[in-house]
Design a binder for this molecule. Sequence first.
Ligand SMILES: [Zn+2]
Length: 156
Amino acid sequence: MLYPPEYGQDPLYPQAKDFKIEYKNHVVGSGMVTLKRFKKGEIIAKLAGDVVTSIRPHSFRISKKKHLNDKYFIGYFIHSCVPNTAINTKELIATALTDIEPGSYISIDYSATEDYLFRQFKCNCGNKKCRGVIAGKKETKRSGLSLMSYYEDDFC
Ligand SMILES: [Zn+2]
């Protein structure tokens, strides 16, 4: 189990044998890699975390004023403008948007759940549909962002 015991037991919680954290590069840092194959539409895992009232580096919004802070699993999902995974913020479930092969990084669109991001950043996902600067749905994109300033302080 990737989650600490205080989150309780759920058979759908991510299992340590199915995932590993792997260093991707100096821009993205580390990401969550699946060791298991998922078919499009399949549930990847049920999600857990601490409910907080302000945005955190590893949180995602679950309601108007609440965020779920998951440092253990989702916190390592990398951003892609064409992600392979979606998060259902009501049921707290991650679902495969495409077939996902073992060895793939799990990616989500950071803008999908957030009106405002913890921090805007320049995307490096490499997709043809890459949006460049990634901001929340209600944010105005700032130009001239430096990657260094994004990665300067380490996220806890
Ligand atoms: Zn991108």
